[in-house]
Design a binder for this molecule. Structure first.
Ligand code: P9H
Length: 222
């Protein structure tokens, strides 16, 4: 019997947070190997399990899966969160790739130069409310179902809730012009597995603070 998936990363959201969300939504328990120092990361690299000497890496089903998209696609497909046919999968991909563009802006925001922080923050909120959220608001309205794609929960819904909560960490009323997204947020947050993941003490990570930023910089030497 295969053990639980093992997630190798540092103790922060970074690129691994979407993997944590997806496994939680799939009801899959997992272990985390959270390294704190550059030396620990270098030892992991020396261990030869990192195809590109990078993390995230998820050890599951006898594989050491790297590249965040590859990890997410494998999990989504394995746990029936990737649509019922190619067309649904195409829409899921269109939605999650857009969300990834927004997610990357937020993920790298803590690395902004002090003099650029305000400009970058405004840019993130402008993109979120002018480009991305309108797409998902319209999708929910036009599709007329509880989920973005088809009539069951998919990777796209999980990613959307994650990104909504991250934008609300920046601006709490970010959804004020998006009634469908407000309903969606309440509905999906109440799904038992998601509700559990949103409880304090879960494996969900907090936003990166100054200390976490220093740790990431020391580990990844940038
Ligand atoms: N294509 C791949 C890329 C994976 C990737 O860039 N991994 C990085 C750590 S995560 C990153 C660190 C800064 O960029 C970070 C850390 C904190 C916040 C945001 C990002 C890494 O391993 N850096 C060591 C090295 O490249 O030698 C994928 O999608 O998985």
């Amino acid at each position: 019997m295969a053990g639980k998936p093992k997630l190798y990363y540092f103790n922060g959201r970074g690129r691994m947070e979407s993997v944590r969300w997806l496994l939680a939504a799939a009801g899959v328990e997992y272990e985390e190997k959270l390294f704190k120092t550059a030396e620990e990361f270098e030892n992991l690299v020396k261990g030869g399990k990192l195809m590109y000497q990078q993390v995230p890496m998820v050890e599951m089903d006898g594989m050491c899966i790297v590249q965040t998209r590859a990890i997410l696609k494998y999990i989504a497909a394995k746990y029936d969160l990737y649509g019922k046919d190619l067309k649904e999968r195409a829409f899921i991909d269109m939605y999650v790739e857009g969300m990834r563009d927004l997610n990357d802006m937020i993920m790298f925001f803590p690395f902004s130069l002090p003099e650029e922080k305000q400009k970058n923050l405004s840019y993130i909120l402008e993109r979120a409310t002018e480009r991305f959220f309108p797409v998902y608001e319209k999708a929910l309205k036009d599709h007329g179902k509880n989920y973005l794609v088809g009539n069951q929960l998919s990777w796209a819904d999980i990613q959307l809730l994650e990104i909504i909560l991250m934008v609300e960490e920046i601006k709490s009323d970010a959804l004020s012009a998006f009634p469908k997204l407000q309903e969606f947020k309440v509905r999906v947050s109440k799904l038992p597995r998601i509700q559990k993941f949103l409880q304090p003490g879960s494996q969900r990570k907090p936003p990166m603070d100054a200390a976490g930023l220093e740790v990431a910089k020391n580990i990844f030497k940038f």
